[in-house]
Design a protein around this ligand. Sequence first.
Ligand code: ZN
Ligand code: ZN
Length: 545
Amino acid sequence: MTNKQIAGAFDELANLMELHEEDDFRIRSYRNAYLNLRKIDRPLADMTDAEIKSIKGVGPAIAGKIRELADSGKMATLEKYRAQTPPGVVDMLEVNGFGPKKVRIVWKEMGVESVGELWYACNENRLVEYKGFGLKTQEDLKNKLEYYLKSRDKLHLDAAEEEADFVCTWLSGRLPGAKIAVVGELRRRCAVISALEILVAHDGDMAPAFDGQTLNLEEQKNDVYLARLENNTQIRLYHCEPAAFGSKLFKYTGSTGFIDAFVKARPGLDFKDLDSEEAVFSKAGVPFIEPELRESGIDIASPPVNLIVDSDIRGVLHVHTDWSDGLHSLRDMCAHAQSLGYQYIGITDHSQSAFYANGLKPDRVLAQMEAIDELNVEMAPFRIFKGIESDILNDGALDYDDALLEKFDFIIASVHSNLRMNLEKATERVLKAVSHPRTTILGHPTGRLLLSREGYPLDWEQVFEACVKHKVAIELNANPYRLDIDWTLIPEAVRRGIPISINPDAHSKDGIHDIRYGVMVARKGGLTATSCLNAGSAEEFLKFR
Ligand SMILES: [Zn+2]
Ligand SMILES: [Zn+2]
């Protein structure tokens, strides 16, 4: 079990115990354990009992539970509470912004036991009669439930990739000699994956792939196999003859719209029984189209070319350190970026209004700048730029006075608070921030969190126009929970000459590696290195800002 999973088990335990109105003190201690364990760097599973007990907020009882989870993947206490709670009520606890106290009222007083049922109750205005549920809360909850229902069973890009790797390795062990490839949304690098699909080309039959536990077959229809992993993730497998591998790889990768358009454009041709995708494209007489681009609407005769690749990225912008809410020190973050082969880094801790993230007051900004000056001497020719992720305040202003803003090498301006805004308000706020002469990059432009929070709406026509006018780049936040700006907007930004900055928003050394998810969806948006801000050299970056 990873540290994240172990920490998550304590979060769930705290929620379930609160739901069952257990002792406050214990609930608080489990919640604390969740917060502290999340920050631990080394795998808990590799630590000795003494080391685990030395973690802040971890006493003997919690240490025992950590050991239990690390060894068996289960925690008896958690299982006990799960068993006492209807599964639909456990689901409700996962709805963002719907806490255990309200879930308890819904369950115990209203007798509602599933998310769908609760949505219906909101629809019938049944919640308003209960304590703590006004009309506004009900409306708000209804939206959250709709979002939850829509996004359930979907995966973030990183999780999808991890699961697919696992299945591919499993399959190659069980079906020796088989050709195995990821297809569908994951191969197209969609921001959110609703179905994991894998193609298996194999002479024999598929039976050995399913052991009833690790991979459990649920349904089979001709060459399509629906199976489930032990952790409940659903997998769709396609089986074909090795000689038809290319045809099937092509067929199952493109979106339906893309495949229809492709086939329609070549009447009379069939693309069956080809062993490579290259053979499919050459038979059609068109250039190879990268898998990421195979969505409806793409120009099949002349698709975007020279898509950006990982090795094009030269600088790491948008990095947090332990000066604000990052896990690692300034030195560690810089050294890690350098060791990965990058030429420069832009440090952007949180600004003063972000008190929840230990944002930097002016004196700490100056102290950090001094530390960066020293490191720059030590680490040259590697370059460290002094930046800040400035909150965009409610009125669109940046978070320091102009004299201090002047001192930064560059500024990322991001909205972090009061996210509930209509189109007018959000656009006005963002436009004001973009128009500030010190703003370099507009950070995670819509504030969305994939599968848990929809972003605020923006009038893109106006935002793009302002970015051009004030020479501001737009961030493609590479964290797989954000991937914000959405890839569909990249072509228009690029057409207008707005650079896209693929930023990891790293809060730890590992976070820097998220850049690759940004590159994946940037390719989907047809981005080339020349239109990417941090694919340029340090000098080019300085010239732009
Ligand atoms: Zn941010
Ligand atoms: Zn950030």
